[in-house]
Design a protein around this ligand. Structure first.
Ligand SMILES: [Zn+2]
Length: 175
């Protein structure tokens, strides 16, 4: 039996009793928890408006992460280390690693953020990709910000929920 209070209850109490330190963390948990973790009780603690905002953010994160897993980032070859004839092997190795990392860490409900995924991508073995091509491409991925965009989506979702509960409360009181 799990005695940890549900994030929906924590959010409800946090709004009603002004427990500021629970606010962001409980919303983050609601956004990143497994969809199967939602139970009837949660719908009792949260207003329809808050539930709507949470599902909306979840689906934005999910779409963003699925898009990343489907589409590998283009390799920028190092012209000295990687002659044209080795491009194919270099790219294929990179694509395999990219997909493996994305599928592992970017499950829509994985609480790990894009920053951790970036670190994992930096540390996995990508045998046939030349070191110069790999570091060029990592620089491009980092500059592009595609992996860390999920943090912004989640942050925006959190502030939308905070704004909603500050204006309209959480509606269903727990007794
Ligand atoms: Zn290359």
């Amino acid at each position: 039996m799990n005695h940890k209070p549900r994030p929906s209850l924590k959010l409800n109490l946090s709004v009603r009793f002004h427990v500021e330190e629970w606010l962001s963390s409980s919303i983050t948990n609601l956004i990143t928890c497994d969809a199967a973790d939602f139970i009837a009780e949660d719908y009792h603690y949260l207003s329809p408006e808050v539930i709507q905002l949470i599902w909306q953010t979840r689906s934005q994160v999910q779409r963003h992460r699925q898009a990343l897993a489907c589409q590998s980032y283009r390799v920028r070859h190092d012209t000295i280390q990687c002659p044209t004839y080795s491009h194919l092997a270099c790219e294929s190795s990179w694509d395999t690693a990219w997909k493996a990392v994305m599928l592992f860490t970017l499950r829509p409900t994985n609480p790990d953020n894009g920053q951790r995924t970036l670190e994992r991508l930096r540390s996995v073995s990508i045998p046939a990709t030349k070191p110069g091509c790999r570091s060029n491409t990592m620089l491009d991925v980092q500059a592009d910000g595609c992996l860390t965009r999920d943090e912004f989506i989640i942050a925006e979702g959190i502030s939308a929920v905070i704004q909603a509960v500050r204006s309209n409360g959480i509606t269903v009181p727990v007794e």
